[in-house]
Design a protein around this ligand. Structure first.
Ligand SMILES: Nc1nc2c(ncn2[C@@H]2O[C@H](COP(=O)(O)OP(=O)(O)OP(=O)(O)O)[C@@H](O)[C@H]2O)c(=O)[nH]1
Ligand SMILES: [Mg+2]
Length: 369
């Protein structure tokens, strides 16, 4: 044991067991990053984290015990997946919500529409827990506006000890990096961020002296009901939008279907055409079809359609028939959503078993049509 934590992911470093977490080759004991972080940062090669959810929750509780405040990070692409009910037991301190990845929203969507929408979801999920503040931002990116947001957030949090909490891949470490960026830190001394869930493995502690602010970054666990949670880290990373959401509008005839990534099938069971707007990550192939052809394509997931790594085909799909009112979304956690325009639509949905789906008031696009 070297008795020092990896700067990148927070794991305790050691030089004795190459196949165990936190390994640093002998002779490299002075390095800041474990071998896993080194490979991830330099070659983009990801090795799954060792800890299970119980160990992660224990580590998070340790950080919470030293904190005044929770900085809860949620991903604008997957509000429901970012707010699993299982958070309830961790919400022991005042909560400040950061709605991250706002850059993914269509250009015409005003960011100011997000806080009231997320506040309503929060109230439905965690009644009795108050939010002490909310901020919409993009942890990734550049520009003076982003710097101003980070400055405002640091002032808001000044003098506090803060635990950053959130599901895997929502951008906790990216937010921390953005907060540290203006502090003149070298890139090489910043924590590891990646498109794979499970990057951060232990608690890392950061201080911003000018603000009397201490930040604990934490590992995120996979809540289990997001699409990516059912697959390998590689497939999960492909579901993650890296740039503005792919928005596709279709007038779907009766019995017409839209298929996505070999993962989602949606059929229009309404008696007439329905206008549906699909929001997904840019790597999801969407395809319109109908009849027997649609059933076969969805069932077989041909190479050109499927997003998941070959061999990862879900064992079981479940079907649901539901009515989505005009002005509502049908959300598929971790995959995206379908906004229904003008008239209510009766839809048949097929998704891998275990994924959270449901209807909600439209998140964006109220003036998209
Ligand atoms: N488009 C966009 N992507 C972001 C933003 N913030 C983070 N990401 C991306 O989301 C992915 C996950 O970011 P991380 O900061 O590693 O997420 P995390 O919550 O720390 O994840 P774990 O450590 O696995 O719990 C990376 O690919 C980031 O580049 C953002 O504001 N906009
Ligand atoms: Mg992280």
């Amino acid at each position: 044991m070297i008795n020092k934590k990896c700067f990148g992911c927070g794991i305790l470093l050691q030089s004795t067991a190459p196949d165990q977490p936190g390994f640093l080759p002998p002779g490299k004991e002075g390095a800041f990053f474990c071998q896993r972080c080194y490979r991830l940062r330099h070659y983009g090669r990801f090795e799954a984290p060792a800890d299970d959810e119980t160990a992660i929750v224990k580590a998070i509780e340790g950080a919470l015990a030293k904190s005044d405040l929770i900085l809860l990070v949620v991903d604008v692409f997957d509000p429901e997946g970012s707010l699993p009910l299982r958070w309830t037991r961790l919400l022991k301190l005042p909560v400040f919500m950061v709605i991250n990845k706002a850059d993914l929203l269509p250009a015409r969507t005003p960011w100011v529409e997000m806080p009231p929408w997320f506040q309503a979801l929060w109230n439905r999920r965690f009644p009795g827990h108050d939010l002490i503040g909310m901020e919409v931002l993009s942890a990734r990116g550049r520009g003076p506006e982003r710097l101003a947001k980070m400055e405002a957030l640091k002032q808001e949090l000044a003098g506090k000890k803060v635990t950053v909490l959130g599901a895997a891949n929502v951008g906790k470490t990216s937010l921390l990096t953005a907060l540290l960026a203006a502090e003149d830190k070298q890139k090489a001394a910043l924590p590891t961020v990646s498109r794979f869930p499970g990057t951060t493995q232990g608690i890392t502690t950061w201080t911003l002296d000018a603000y009397g602010l201490t930040i604990f970054d934490t590992p995120g666990f996979q809540p289990g009901r997001r699409m990516g949670d059912l697959f390998s880290a590689e497939t999960a990373s492909r579901l993650l939008p890296a740039k503005k959401l792919q928005v596709k509008l279709w007038a779907l005839p009766p019995n017409g279907a839209v298929l996505g990534g070999g993962l989602v099938g949606i059929w229009n069971l309404s008696p007439a055409d329905r206008t549906l707007v699909f929001f997904t990550g840019e790597q999801v192939t969407m395809h319109r079809s109908r009849g027997e052809k649609a059933e076969t394509l969805h069932k077989e997931g041909p190479d050109w359609l499927r997003l998941y790594t070959k061999g990862e085909r879900p064992a079981r799909f479940v079907e649901e028939i539901l009515t989505v009112e005009a002005g509502e979304d049908l959300y598929i956690s971790g995959f995206g959503w379908v906004a229904v325009k003008r008239e209510a639509a009766r839809l048949r949905l097929s998704v891998p078993s275990g994924v959270e789906v449901g209807t909600r008031p439209s998140l964006v696009g109220r003036r998209e049509d």
